[in-house]
Design a binder for this molecule. Sequence first.
Ligand code: AMP
Length: 480
Amino acid sequence: MTTFHDLGLSKNVLSALEALGFDKPTPIQEKAIPMVLAGNDLIGLAQTGTGKTAAFGLPMIERLLAEDRRPDPRNIRALVLAPTRELVNQIADNLRDFVKKTHLRVVTVVGGASIHKQSQMLERGTDILVATPGRLLDLVSRKSVTLTQGRYLVLDEADQMLDLGFIHDLRKISKLVPKNRQTLLFSATMPKLIAELAGEYLTNPLKVEVSPPGKAADKVEQYVHFVPGKDHKTQILRQTLNDNPDGLALIFSRTKHGAEKLMKHLDHIGFKAASIHGNKSQGQRERALKAFRDGEIRVLVATDVAARGIDIPGVTHVYNYDLPEVPDAYVHRIGRTARNGRDGIAIAFCAPEDIRLLRDIERLMGISIAVASGEPPVGMPGPGGKSVKGRGGQRGGQGRPARPQGQGARGGQQRTEHRAQSGSQSGERGDGTGQNRHAPGRPDQKHAEGRNRNHAGGRPGNNGNRNGQSRRQNGKREQA
Ligand code: AMP
């Protein structure tokens, strides 16, 4: 078994890791740490949750310590760019844990917080600056910071930075950091533009990959409710939330306005809820995330600002209240659950106009998502495609999952298969604790044994007669 010690890390860093309870490196750490320590540029294809922050952070810290320099005032030694404020804070928190026993200083700059304070923080020089691109450029143009002593550049979640329109900012910033630097680029996927960016800004990069794109969510149980409209979504949501009082539910809405409205509604009907989206201040976003992380609130309604990177190990349920326009976003969203070896459930709602979005997602993931209730509108495309085994069931090629519903067929067997598969594919740590295995609110929990096991996403009293269920849904649709 490889240890962190074998990877060439020094005493101070090793003791910080011990204090954190990191006893062995994750697959990406095992591969990337020696490469980065040796000074190579690196492309890492990996999702958050694989331990990639330590994969780039630890060797970078090690090299910074070995150089034994101090940054000049208003200069930096290493720069980490990430797409969202939340991710910046999360990365910085991790790095601060790693440098606790050293003199290195980690500073963050993000939009939505006081630029004046950030400017002051940068005054005495920074070893590691973690930043969102826009705010960093503002500070550069105010001459609050210069990047001329930068020897390390990390682009984290590069594909999301691209999606958020940061490409020009990234190009500008890359030119401000001296050429004789070490550059590390991490991305969950490798679209053409990222490959081009890597070609331009990295020198002879090595590549590590721990999770094939689209496969990260192997451990998540996925369900879809076909609903005739919004009211039905809210009804089912309310029911499943009630069924899972101890769960932590992250609910994705397409728009900021929709997220706020849904949060208010949930709050009104008695759920402790908060929301995070682009209209919230940095402080509000941080407070909401903290309250959710600490379990003070059990429901967080979010737009895609929370789809990537956010690491809250206790999330038991991810709801796609609205399906995302871009199928990749679904994979990122559901990756917020089933973290650190735990189980997780993803429940999607699909209104008639969303069916194509659902099919795009299924195509990307190579699975058909198990139907928890309702049926796709008549005449709409079925999952189709080749038969690929996936978390959501085997592809039947007939517009619905081949896995029989309501017969207890999914349970143990399929779960075990996928667990083994995901362990080797995704490179995620499995702590083997099975924590949350019986995650409160698993759709099948209440109606499991001794009845037809229906995995209907927590519809109480639904005893798994698929046809009956469909009829009821159709009835609703007629009324609606
Ligand atoms: P990341 O992918 O960097 O966001 O890491 C995901 C989570 O795994 C974070 O909560 C880390 O603190 C944790 N983590 C990273 N590496 C290890 C390790 N080797 N052992 C245990 N936990 C880890």
